[in-house]
Ligand binder design. Structure first.
Ligand code: MSP
Length: 700
């Protein structure tokens, strides 16, 4: 038996954020769980690298499309490594790129098959026609009337409801896929239990298809989209990016390429479980199955559509709103396992969820630091202290039974029964993708063990030699509960689970201990426990929130000043080493500043005197600005891709005059200019004045 799980492949036009990380975390968790059960598993993630958006992003950045993709992939791979999701950390098996040559081969084969196919209603599956419609480049799709807003000025193009950008009128020769003939076959497919999940999404897809399907344009003229895979035998056309992208799921494992097939195995791993965001469910549950039917390829095992992460106020995260959760920040301030736990615990899989740093800190502190982490460290420390660092015997002799009962130590039957039940529930929920509920089950084990310790008070029992057996029994129960927890939680929190397992003195790797086979009492008595280390140090909320806010504004201003050539993910500390704090959490809401904080920033009106490009730095302009001082200030600004230097001269701008000078590319920058950051890529728009203002005037 094998198992194959996929995430969507992400557009290579912008850098990933929490939304992208999320599906990878879920897929990684599922893959680890399957591997732990001994199933040979293949886990795919990657990037979607063709199409007009990548072409446009590349143009904006003065790169070739492939260079643009390489740039994003470089960041992706650094990020996945930093979050322990790459192959080296036991995560994905392939980082798929649609620019891989074997992919070209595989897609071409798929296309040829579809081109030869007949629909269930006996027509050619592919035909050439003419398409005219409103096309949204960022969505890479044509828009129907209910998907765009009519123009405010008659004669202007309508705007995309998703991106609020103007649509392009496109009319051109195009290949069409006869999707309209697949409605009945698709409706039948949706009857397959678990094919589209959750149920509410299945209903949505079903009514969409039942409402009638339109044929799908699956090619563009090379003259309008050149960055794409050529249509076999018709090189004037490039394939529709979704045809290309969806087929990655089969080409990655060897469809259409012998070498790849030998290395991985299409027959061996297909069909896959596809995890996708609900926004791209239609592509996966309607287009993709229809393409596969046409090509005579078995259907995916299932498609699971998850919800969206919203910000704490409930707005969708987007770069334009500036409310995305950046991976650099997450990586710097939070333990990986804490992030994984939060993602799976906080969002009911399939529904939308809210993500806020404060909530993440709260959960890390309560469930991990005070919960699991504390249970582990108090248990281990007491075994160290009272039992010479060895797992104590668990049995209670008849004559000690009364004492144990008084100390409210559970008998073995009761605890074993409780644990087995919790384990079964956990496994059941997990297989049902109900991760949040499964974790609640696991935390019931934490709570029960904690309560047992608090009730029995081992530190008092230790003072009385007659209570030795009771003391041993309590600590054994706590340690054995921890062993069960580490096995159950491994897929969700691999590092913490390994740490607990190792601290219990167990030598094998928890990554292949089967949860189903957990039996009470298999933690060997007398085992010397390992070195005791804290798992999840508490996070100082007030301090961390302040640092995050600083870093976020720093990142944003730095982006305007000088985006580096190669993005980096900050080096993370080893797992489990968060920030040590002593202060209690200050429960603060928004991080307000008072007027004296604001007054620390010296904002001045300046006039641009000179502006020039810097050799070999395609993003930076070197400008000098008169802010009413003796000599103009020299400032480096990361705006070269958006502003011609000549046009800036004479312009009034706003300068942060007391920013610590720093060197960039060998030039000292003595301040920063203010600009709004707009659109997905954070395009800078310089702040300016509409009335006359003297140079050096202070803003307050
Ligand atoms: N390239 C296509 C997918 C092709 S798969 C054959 C694509 N890429 S994407 O980069 O735009 O988005 C990929 C995934 O990220 C989608 O599943 C989308 O739902 C997910 N997310 C983007 N923002 C998100 C949140 N705020 N929350 C959760 N997931 C989100 O679409």
């Amino acid at each position: 038996m094998t198992f194959y799980v996929t995430t969507p492949i992400y557009y290579a036009n912008s850098l990933p954020h929490l939304g992208h990380l999320y599906t990878m975390i879920v897929a990684d968790t599922i893959a680890r769980s399957k591997r732990q059960q001994g199933t040979e598993t293949f886990f795919l993630t990657g990037t979607d690298e063709h199409g007009i958006n990548i072409e446009r992003a590349a143009q904006k950045n003065n790169r070739k499309p492939k260079e643009q993709a390489d740039y994003v992939v470089n960041y992706f791979t650094q990020m996945t490594a930093a979050f322990g999701l790459d192959t080296a950390h036991g995560g994905y098996d392939i980082f798929m790129r649609t620019t891989n040559p074997f992919h070209y081969e595989g897609v071409s084969k798929l296309w040829r098959r579809v081109a030869r196919a007949r629909t269930p209603k006996g027509n050619d599956a592919l035909y050439k026609g003419h398409y005219e419609g409103w096309f949204c480049a960022p969505c890479a799709s044509y828009k129907t009337e209910d998907e765009y807003a009519a123009p405010q000025v008659p004669g202007e193009p309508p705007t995309c409801l998703v991106h609020e950008t103007k649509l392009d009128r496109v009319s051109e020769e195009s290949y069409f896929f006869r999707l309209s003939d697949y409605d009945e076959a698709l409706l039948e497919l949706y009857e397959r239990p678990g094919f589209v999940r959750p149920e509410a999404r299945r209903n949505e897809v079903r009514s969409f298809v039942a409402g009638g399907l339109q044929d799908l344009s699956v090619s563009r003229l090379k003259t309008s989209v050149s960055w794409g895979i050529p249509v076999p035998n018709d090189p004037n056309h490039t394939m529709y990016v979704w045809f290309d992208a969806l087929s990655n799921y089969i080409t990655a494992i060897g469809f259409g390429n012998e070498q790849q097939n030998k290395a991985i195995g299409f027959e061996k791993f297909w069909p896959a479980l596809h995890l996708v965001g609900k926004d791209i469910l239609r592509h996966h549950a309607v287009f993709w199955p229809a393409f596969l039917m046409a090509a005579g390829i078995p259907q995916p095992r299932g498609i699971y559509a998850h919800g969206m992460w919203l910000d704490p106020t409930g707005r969708k995260m987007s770069k334009t709103l500036g409310n995305t959760v950046e991976l650099d920040v997450l990586n710097k301030y939070f333990p990986i396992d804490g992030i994984r736990y939060f993602c799976l615990r906080e969002m009911v899989f399939g529904q939308d969820g809210k993500f806020g740093y404060e909530a993440l800190i709260d959960r890390t502190n309560s469930d991990l630091a005070s919960g699991l982490g504390n249970l582990s460290s108090r248990t281990m420390t007491m075994i160290q202290r009272y039992c010479d660092g060895r797992i104590p015997p668990r049995a209670i002799a008849d004559e000690s039974r009364l004492a144990a009962k008084r100390a409210r130590v559970e008998d073995e039957m009761a605890i074993s029964h409780f644990l087995s039940h919790a384990r079964d529930e956990f496994i059941h929920d997990f297989e049902d993708f109900a991760f949040s509920r499964a974790l609640e089950e696991a935390w019931a084990i934490v709570a029960r063990a904690d309560k047992m310790i608090s009730d029995a008070r081992p530190w008092d029992l230790a003072k009385d030699p007659k209570q030795r057996e009771t003391l041993n029994a309590v600590l054994y129960r706590a340690a054995e509960s921890l062993r069960w927890l580490s096995v159950l939680l491994y897929p969700v929190m691999p590092e913490a689970a390994r740490a607990i397992y190792g601290q219990l003195g167990l030598a094998d790797d928890v990554d292949h201990i089967q949860p189903r086979e957990l039996r009470w009492g298999e933690l060997p008595e007398g085992t010397a426990i390992g070195e005791v280390k804290p798992l999840f140090p508490r996070i100082d909320k007030a301090k961390t929130m302040e640092e995050i806010k600083m870093q976020e504004s720093g990142v944003r201003s730095q982006e305007t000043e000088a985006p580096g050539d190669s993005p980096t993910v900050s080096e993370r500390a080893p797992a489990g080493s968060g920030q040590h704090t002593t202060e209690a959490d200050a429960v603060s809401g928004v991080a307000y500043i008072d007027i004296t904080d604001f007054a620390k920033v010296d904002l001045r009106v300046g006039e641009v005197k000179t502006a020039e490009r810097i050799p070999k730095a395609d993003k930076l302009l070197l400008i000098t600005v008169d802010i009413g001082e003796e000599k103009p200030r020299q400032i480096l600004a990361g705006i070269a891709q958006y502003y011609e230097p000549e046009k800036l001269i004479g312009r009034k701008i706003v300068v942060v005059a007391n920013l610590k000078p720093r060197k960039l590319r060998g030039y000292e920058s003595q301040g920063m200019l203010l600009a709004a950051s707009v659109e997905d890529e954070g395009k800078p728009v310089i702040a300016t004045f509409t009335e006359e203002v003297p140079n050096g005037a202070r803003l307050k």
